[in-house]
Structure formats: structure tokens, C-alpha cells
Design a protein around this ligand. Structure first.
Ligand SMILES: Cc1ncc(COP(=O)(O)O)c(C=O)c1O
Length: 395
């Protein structure tokens, strides 16, 4: 039976990162996979995580299963982080959440809920979107529709086109939005644009599904959540898939939250029960370690403050790299790269052709996706000049 199965190609992004690791060129530059890297090219462990981990290891009494919905301190802390301390939805107890294995697990739980509520739902995704959205949501049986989002010529959101396309989204449809730091393009909606989409959702009846994997890496924890919070004020229901992979550096621990803002408390409880049954049939129980760390950080003022200031430094560094890269590319090429500085988070399309991206890889050992999406956090003081000269050379 099993020998019928063929070998499948490796994931494109992971495959490129592996090719870069194997490249003997000492000047190589890895701008592929979406993880934060510091000046030394390392993805660091937050000091708050280190401290929470030491305490957890010292105090942990059991490895028995977690409660099915997850760690309560984690859930409460995340709900406040996402929706804000003064959230009226939280006060009215019309929010239900379950811990999930990473943002991916949260997206999957969200998809299971959508499928249970509306089996024929269409999920509207931005063009382009993170490619993993398709298998994650599609394998549940949901159908997709696409709305225009990024304009490669203008290096910005084509908001008129987005609105035009989303006019077709109706009650029973879901519109998937990137909460901040759009992956892959880095071009985010302004608050005014969030308001327009929120009003469309309220008027047309579609349900927003917000993939929130980069809170804190755009402008800051509160600023990055402004669009989501505005949406919560204006629409009766929405789903959030949050991740602590990037903003707490807990990538391999698989920490995320599926959050449902509902019409009322009874509906919120119903959705949690549905999410638990969905989780039970996929992976049964949530993993403990990462969520217990995040729960400790979010419930301790000292750890929260340490974590926040380290995250703010990361965010400042990414934005500094954006300005620096813009400058170096403009100096090296004489062209306008101002868009890099306007975008948010770790990603940007440099606007190169596939041919140019391939030449960069082949001739300069500069690794970016074929679409010329780069991870800005892979840039550092040691490689920025080389990178800018290499890009200018293939233009
Ligand atoms: C847009 C987007 N959503 C969700 C995720 C989920 O990440 P994780 O499952 O590692 O938390 C990622 C990770 O790269 C992402 O880029």
C-alpha cells in the first residue's frame, strides 16, 4: 500500500534556506525564511523567555495533559494583548479562545469552525498571500476567492481594487486579513482603510478572519493591533489566529491562540466547545511548554516589561534596517527604493524579476525567494553593502 506514494518536492522556502546553508561562499546572504535574526544572524531567545523557562523547570510538578482549552494565564494574557485592556468585547464576555499549536494551528482551528458553521463558505485571500494559507484552510474543505491587494508597480496596497473585489463578499463568506506586517509584501492597510473594510463587513455580513502572526514587529504591540481593535468595535463577529512564534521567539514551541469574538457569551462558549472538538479530532491536546512560558511572561509585570522592551528593540532594528537598506540600494543603483522604508515587518518585495533573483543566487550567493521577497531581518551591518552592490549589479 505505502510503496505507491511518490516523493514530494521540499517546501520551496525551506529548500532555499537549506541551499543557502550548503553554499560555501563566505559572503552568502540568507534572506529566505521568515524568522527574526539579530546582527550576528542568530534567532535569539528573549531574556524573559529564558527566565520564565528557568522558573518553570524548577517549579513544574507534572507533565499531565494541559486543560483542553490551554493554559488560563496564557489565554487571558493573549486576549488582553490582542484586544486591548479596555476591550468592550472582553468586558461583555463575548470572546472565546483556545490555545493552539502555533499560528498555523490557530488558523486550522479557525478553518474548522468556519467549515462547521458554513460548509460552503468562500475564504477571500489577498493576492498575494502567505502560500501556507491554501493547504491549511483548503484541506478543511473551504473554497477560496482572491481579492487584489498588492500593486507591484506602485509597491503599495491597491486599496481601490481590494474594495472593488470585496464588494462581492457576502454573508457566509470569510475575508482573511493580515493583522499587520503583511507576508509576503510588507504593505499594510492604514487605519482608515481598516475602517472601510470593517464597515463593508458590517454592511455585507462577511466574517473577518485575521491572521495575526507579527504583532509588535511593525510599529509596536499596541499600534499593530489598532486595525484589529477597530474591527472588533464595528463588526459583530470575527476570528483571530495569533502566533507567539515571532514576537516571543517561541517558533519551535508552537504557541498560538484561536480567538473568536462573538455576538454574546453563549455563542462564545459554543464556539470554544466546537474548537475543542475540532482540536480533539486533529491533535487532541495542546502542547504545554511554550504556552506556559508565554503565560508566565504575560502575567508577570517584570517579565512583561523585559519582553516588551526587547521586542521594541527588535522592532526598532527592523525599521532601522529598512531605512539603511533603502539608502544603500539607492546609492548603489540610483533608483527609488523608498517603499522599503514605508512597509512594515520583516518582508518586502524588492521588485526584481525571477531571472534577477536567480542571478543573485547564482552569481552572488544572495538568497531570496524567486518573487524577490526578502526577510529584512536577514540584513546586517556586515552584509548590507555587499547586498546593495549585488542587487544593483543585476538591475
Ligand atoms: C502570515 C503568517 N501567518 C501565520 C504564521 C504562523 O506561524 P506559526 O505557526 O509558526 O506560529 C506565519 C509564520 O510564518 C505567517 O507568516
Amino acid at each position: 500500500m505505502l510503496d505507491k506514494l511518490e516523493r514530494l518536492p521540499a517546501d520551496t522556502i525551506l529548500g532555499l534556506a537549506a541551499a543557502c546553508r550548503a553554499d560555501p561562499n563566505p559572503a552568502k546572504v540568507d534572506l529566505t525564511i521568515g524568522i527574526y535574526m539579530d546582527e550576528q544572524g542568530l534567532c535569539p531567545v528573549f531574556e524573559a523567555v529564558r527566565q520564565a523557562q528557568q522558573a518553570l523547570v524548577a517549579e513544574e510538578l507534572t507533565k499531565a495533559y494541559m486543560p483542553p482549552a490551554g493554559d488560563e494565564a496564557f489565554i487571558q494574557g493573549m486576549q488582553r494583548l490582542l484586544l486591548g485592556e479596555g476591550s468592550s468585547a472582553l468586558r461583555d464576555q463575548r470572546v472565546g479562545s483556545v490555545q493552539a499549536p502555533g499560528g498555523c494551528g490557530a488558523l486550522r482551528i479557525g478553518a474548522e469552525i468556519i467549515r462547521a458553521a458554513a460548509p460552503d463558505a468562500r475564504v477571500w485571500v489577498s493576492d498575494p498571500t502567505w502560500p501556507v494559507h491554501f493547504p491549511l484552510l483548503g484541506s478543511v474543505g473551504l473554497r477560496f476567492a482572491t481579492y487584489r491587494y498588492y500593486d507591484p508597480a506602485g509597491h503599495d496596497v491597491n486599496f481601490d481594487a481590494m474594495v472593488e473585489d470585496l464588494k462581492q463578499a457576502t454573508a457566509g463568506d470569510v475575508v482573511l486579513l493580515h493583522g499587520c506586517c503583511h507576508n509576503p509584501c510588507g504593505a499594510d492597510l492604514s487605519l482608515e482603510q481598516w475602517a472601510v473594510v470593517a464597515d463593508m463587513a458590517a454592511r455585507q455580513g462577511f466574517t473577518p478572519f485575521i491572521d495575526f502572526a507579527y504583532q509588535g514587529l511593525g510599529d509596536g504591540l499596541e499600534q499593530d493591533a489598532a486595525g484589529l481593535r477597530l474591527m472588533v468595535e464595528r463588526v459583530p463577529e470575527l476570528i483571530v489566529a495569533a502566533s507567539c512564534s515571532k514576537n516571543m521567539g517561541l517558533y519551535r514551541e508552537r504557541v498560538g491562540l484561536a480567538l473568536f469574538v462573538c455576538r454574546d457569551e453563549a455563542n462564545a462558549q459554543a464556539l470554544v466547545s466546537q474548537a475543542l472538538v475540532a482540536a480533539r479530532r486533529i491533535y487532541s491536546m495542546p502542547p504545554a511548554h511554550g504556552a506556559l512560558l508565554a503565560g508566565r511572561i504575560l502575567s508577570s509585570p517584570a517579565l512583561t516589561s523585559s519582553w516588551r522592551s526587547e521586542l521594541e528593540a527588535m522592532c526598532r532594528r527592523i525599521n532601522g534596517l529598512r531605512s539603511g537598506l533603502r539608502l544603500k540600494l539607492e546609492q548603489a543603483s540610483g533608483r527609488d527604493f523608498g517603499f522599503i522604508e514605508k512597509e512594515k515587518g520583516m518582508f518586502s518585495f524588492l521588485g526584481l524579476s525571477t531571472e534577477q533573483a536567480l542571478r543573485l543566487r547564482r552569481d552572488y550567493s544572495v538568497y531570496m525567494l524567486d518573487s524577490s521577497r526578502i526577510n529584512v531581518a536577514g540584513v546586517n551591518a556586515a552584509n548590507i553593502d555587499y547586498l546593495a552592490r549585488a542587487v544593483a549589479a543585476v538591475l
